[in-house]
Design a protein around this ligand. Structure first.
Ligand SMILES: Cc1cc2nc3c(=O)[nH]c(=O)nc-3n(C[C@H](O)[C@H](O)[C@H](O)COP(=O)(O)OP(=O)(O)OC[C@H]3O[C@@H](n4cnc5c(N)ncnc54)[C@H](O)[C@@H]3O)c2cc1C
Length: 368
């Protein structure tokens, strides 16, 4: 069975595939999205919904800044919840505060330093070690499990064709082979995230693709608390280029390795975001492997709970737990390859696809 021709076929309906589909449709292209499951259930609905702009650096910062306007526009058109709530990076030690001072100096108006009293205006941080915080007002917060399906529904209603339960088994110039027959398209974008190694095993091997696995929890918020911005803490120095490259980051990492080696060992990033229904999404841990064990280690969840109970000064009741996976690569953070003419592989491999994916997709489409 063969099919009529599209301008663009996108493989994968996560945020990277949807960003390509949405921006290509705006450019007037006829787009089809091919997705093996019956709805998106990958990394893009499992995250914090943090569109974190200010802590990116270099290419990532460029993509995140460009992506902000796209998120706001699509949220309005598709009718999903979005809040320009910002990010608050909480300092609980003097070296963390020094890092935030340097960060604020470098980023100018994009970062505002807050005293402990002003921190409480944004979020209820009860940890007595609180020294202050940096507020990044440009950043956005969305509710991914709602936003991603809403974007699919909006795109489908405005002419993008979606074929769910359609597994892609091979890609070549102008043709996508699927479990439901061939699809023809002038250009093809492969946005399969961490499953790139299934379709392109040699490339994935050559460029050092692995799967990063994260533990995530959803809890009730402590009684009477409020959390508007996404909350980051000192552990952010282990993850975001805009912070990790500052000279103060090294001494923070060394202190953490000394005082709390279990956090370093589990690659913990103490990060939190509040859903519109009030629940807190808390995480995360990071582990790297080609294929992960299916067993969820309770010790890691307990470690996260311990850290958050300290930060928020209250016991937390867990409502949901899940794993998420994203691709990492030894090669570029913003991975684009053209293995056949007109076939583009597009993958964000540093765990920032919600923040940078929109701007990144725009740059891939500009190559056409
Ligand atoms: C727990 C967690 C928290 C995170 N938090 C944040 C955050 O707060 N902010 C941020 O910026 N980033 C965050 N990230 C990273 C971000 O979520 C990812 O970078 C992004 O979602 C990756 O999008 P994707 O479209 O590449 O992958 P996915 O969302 O995984 O989508 C890939 C899609 O491709 C489909 N697919 C795969 N193979 C095939 C095939 N052969 N045929 C058809 N379909 C196929 C899959 O079914 C899937 O739907 C987080 C990630 C995780 C896991």
């Amino acid at each position: 069975m063969t099919d009529h021709t599209f301008d663009l076929a996108v493989v994968g309906s996560g945020v990277i595939g949807l960003a390509h589909a949405a921006l290509a449709a705006e450019r007037g292209l006829r787009v089809v999205v091919l997705e093996r499951t019956d709805r998106p259930v990958g990394a893009s609905i499992r995250n914090f919904g943090h569109v974190g702009i200010t802590t990116q650096d270099g290419e990532g910062l460029e993509y995140a800044l460009a992506g902000r306007a796209h998120w706001l526009r699509f949220a309005e058109r598709a009718g999903f919840w979005i809040r320009p709530a910002g990010t608050m990076i909480v300092a609980r030690a003097d070296d963390e505060w020094s890092l935030l001072e340097r960060f604020a100096d470098m980023r100018g108006d994009a970062v505002e330093l807050l005293s402990p009293a002003r921190v409480q205006g944004h979020a209820t941080i009860a940890d007595p070690r609180l020294v202050g915080a940096a507020f990044c007002g440009n950043d956005l917060r969305i509710n991914s499990p709602e936003a991603i399906p809403a974007l699919v529904a909006h795109l489908a209603a405005t002419g993008v064709e979606f074929r769910f339960q359609t597994n892609v088994t091979g890609v070549a110039t102008g043709i996508v082979q699927t479990s439901r027959g061939d699809v023809h398209a002038d250009r093809i974008v492969v946005a399969t995230g961490h499953d790139l190694d299934v379709l392109f095993p040699e490339l994935a091997e050559q460029d050092g693709f692995t799967r990063c696995l994260l533990h995530m929890l959803e809890t009730d918020a402590p009684e009477g608390s409020h959390f508007d911005p996404v909350i980051l803490t000192g552990t952010a120095v282990t993850r975001y280029d805009g912070l990790s490259q500052l000279p103060e980051a090294q001494s923070i990492r060394e202190r953490m390795a000394n005082d709390a080696p279990e956090l370093i060992e589990a690659h913990v990033n103490i990060k939190m975001s509040q859903r519109p229904n009030g629940r807190l999404v808390i995480g995360d841990t990071h582990a790297y492997a080609q294929t992960h064990e299916p067993f969820k280690d309770e010790a890691l969840d307990l470690l996260l709970l311990r850290e958050f109970e300290q930060l928020l000064g209250a016991p937390l009741t867990v409502r949901r737990r899940w794993h998420g996976e994203y691709a990492t690569a030894a090669a570029d953070d913003f991975y684009v390859r053209e293995p056949h003419p007109g076939v583009f592989i597009a993958c964000v491999t540093n765990g920032t696809g919600m923040s940078t994916g929109m701007g990144f997709a725009e740059s891939v489409l500009n190559r056409f």
